[in-house]
Design a protein around this ligand. Sequence first.
Ligand SMILES: Cc1ncc(COP(=O)(O)O)c(C=O)c1O
Length: 360
Amino acid sequence: MSIGGVRPAVQAMPTYRPGKAAGQAEEEHGIKNAIKLASNENPYPPVPSVVAAMTDAAGRVNRYCDHLAVELRAAIGAMVGLDLDNVAVGCGSVGLLQQLCLAYLDPGDNVVYPWRSFEAYPVNVQMMGAESRQVPLVDHAFDLDAVAAAVDERTKIIMLATPNNPTGTALSVDSLRAMLAKVPDSVIVLIDEAYREFLDPSFGDPVELLADHSNVIVSRTFSKAFGLAGVRVGYLVAASAIVDEVNKVLVPFAVNGIAQAGALAALRARDEYEPFLAGLRDERARVVAALTDAGWKLPDTQANFVYLPLGERTQDLYVEIEKRGVVTRPFAGEGLRVTIGTPAENDRFLATLAAVAVPE
Ligand SMILES: Cc1ncc(COP(=O)(O)O)c(C=O)c1O
């Protein structure tokens, strides 16, 4: 018997496995100058005004912060054209995902989501003793008809990452609207846009779906585009009735004062981020073109990473690439996810891949 009688649902959970740090790869392989392209982070630090705001906030951490982050939520609301009451912030958008599961899932409920997708989905569903209904991808993209068809009377939530992690494929607002028409209003539809800022604008803005669908939640994060992964702040926008429930299960002060100050400053400095984001999108296009020219077949990525569907070769190639100092993220038997880094990092990845493998 386990000490203290851990809940079976938790006992069966896998331990969270973060992307490997460059230093860890250096130690494992006895190499130097490894680079990390494993966690879809922004290779550039936050802009100076954001660092200054966080430094300033660090001088006030003897006090608890504003638990409900009113100033930040109001600023997010103003940005998306909604009220403070329609915005929740959490300890990363993955914190909000956990809050959503805590607030809505009981054992016996189920959650429908395409798979493969973000690894936190099955973990958080299992944590609540609920059932995951995974809908297979078709050509590395979502089959929304199959998602709608998988919903039954015990379905509480549908989780849709767009762009998807790890395949990078995205959903248009029109396709989401068509799916929503087939799903009961009682089912929450989480549209997880952690990579929104890398998405082509032609896909549209799912926040507009909230006007007609009170069951829609759109979640986003400051981790990726704004370079704030380390301070942990994400947000969701939804009907105020959902925001109220989600806020009830927020760990007190989980979005700390430094994180709030950084996120607020990042919103104010959006224009300063744009050249960096445009640079990353250009680099993505360059990497995709180089891989395609070399004969690799990739799904259309709208995120800050590319996905190589290497199948059975994934694990071997991942190790070979890592031994040469480029840390990526493997999904054994399926494919390799590689974050877009600086131009020099991307060149290094492309040269390393070319040195170890050719397309089949
Ligand atoms: C699809 C997706 N959603 C959410 C997250 C969570 O990001 P964070 O908790 O840093 O906001 C990630 C992170 O990798 C992700 O890939």
